[in-house]
Design a protein around this ligand. Structure first.
Ligand SMILES: Cc1ncc(C[n+]2csc(CCOP(=O)(O)OP(=O)(O)O)c2C)c(N)n1
Length: 320
């Protein structure tokens, strides 16, 4: 299955919005303008864009410490995200969460999560809720290759399998868990083979190819909506930058490898496919690119001009 013309342009726009947002955020962070930590998703955009284009507002997602891309793809506003990074009152968590805790329940974004693997059982729980309420909503859990080694992964997959839950587990295998190469922390060649242990389908897809992600996600999501239960989708991808902004990655991976993956940067790859295979006029793509740049500039202005949270805000929304 291939995207409709509207879906194809939506995927392209989403990838650009993620890339531009994070390039700007990295620049601001390195200039000392943002507090906290930033983990960029640059290089992995085809996964969030190719999966989330299938989701409606009623569907839900869980995310990781590398969560900007998932939030953007599920419909988050860039200005509120940027304000959150600036720790301003107008941010998604009123400036109290920062990069790793962006959530919007109305958009079905159940939250980024700094605890590796923790979104997986939350996704199973959200899918169980939808199933018990008789709704056709699905939940997508995004996590990394490192996340697939946690107990939460195995518990989450097991429960989703035995209860036949409408959930798609998307493992973004970007080849590293912090500074540890995947083959050092995992014996299996394909993480998708772990699905076998739970008797659910395990699918490997090229995570640099938005069209391939689209097709694989389409099948798994349709299956989940129709009561067919969970799927484990492993997207082979790569993070172009270090583990966090400030980490160059030079200590644990060689530049030849990085350059080899950059040859398959998902954005120019998809742009070429739009131009050559789908005959989208270049002017249309240039127009989208300009709109996204404008949106980023406006998001930064919005964040800069927003007020700081009140001091009392620190004591609100505390549950324990
Ligand atoms: C439960 C838990 N253990 C360890 C950490 C420290 N930690 C933060 S990110 C990370 C690596 C995660 O790797 P992966 O899941 O592959 O995600 P990626 O960073 O590659 O996107 C680790 C071990 C943590 N945050 N939570």
């Amino acid at each position: 299955m291939t995207p409709t013309p509207e879906q194809a342009l939506q995927i392209y726009r989403t990838m650009l919005r993620i890339r531009a947002f994070e390039e700007k955020a990295s620049e601001l962070f390195l200039a000392g303008r943002l507090p906290g930590f930033l983990h960029t998703y640059i290089g992995q955009e085809a996964v969030a864009a190719g999966v989330c284009v299938h989701l409606t507002r009623e569907d839900t997602i869980t995310s990781t410490h590398r969560g900007h891309g998932h939030a953007v793809a599920k419909g988050a506003r860039l200005d509120m995200m940027m304000a959150e990074l600036f720790a301003k009152q107008t941010g998604y968590c009123k400036g109290k969460g920062g990069s790793m805790h962006i959530a919007d329940l109305d958009l079905g974004i159940l939250g980024a999560n700094g605890i590796v693997g923790a979104g997986i059982p939350i996704a199973a729980g959200a899918a169980l809720t939808a199933q018990m309420q008789g709704r056709s909503a699905v939940t997508v859990a995004f996590f990394g290759d490192g996340g697939s080694n946690t107990g939460a992964f195995h518990e989450g997959l097991n429960l989703a399998a035995v209860w036949n839950l409408p959930v798609l587990f998307v493992c973004e295998n970007n080849q590293y868990a912090e500074s540890t190469p995947r083959e050092v922390h995992q014996k299996v060649k394909d993480i998708a083979t772990r699905a076998m242990a739970y008797d659910v389908p395990g699918v490997v897809v090229d995570g640099m190819d938005a069209m391939a992600v689209f097709a694989a996600a389409s099948q798994a999501i349709q299956r989940a909506r129709a009561g067919g239960g969970p799927t484990l989708l492993e997207a082979k991808t790569y993070r172009f930058m270090g583990h966090y902004v400030g980490d160059t990655g030079a200590a644990y991976r060689d530049q030849v490898e990085v350059e080899r993956w950059k040859q398959r940067d998902p954005i120019p790859l998809f742009r070429r496919a739009l131009l050559e295979e789908r005959r989208v006029p270049a002017a249309e793509l240039t127009g989208i690119e300009a709109e996204v740049q404008r949106e980023i500039a406006e998001a930064v202005t919005f964040a800069e001009q927003s007020p700081e949270p009140d001091l009392e805000e620190a004591l609100r929304d505390i549950f324990a």
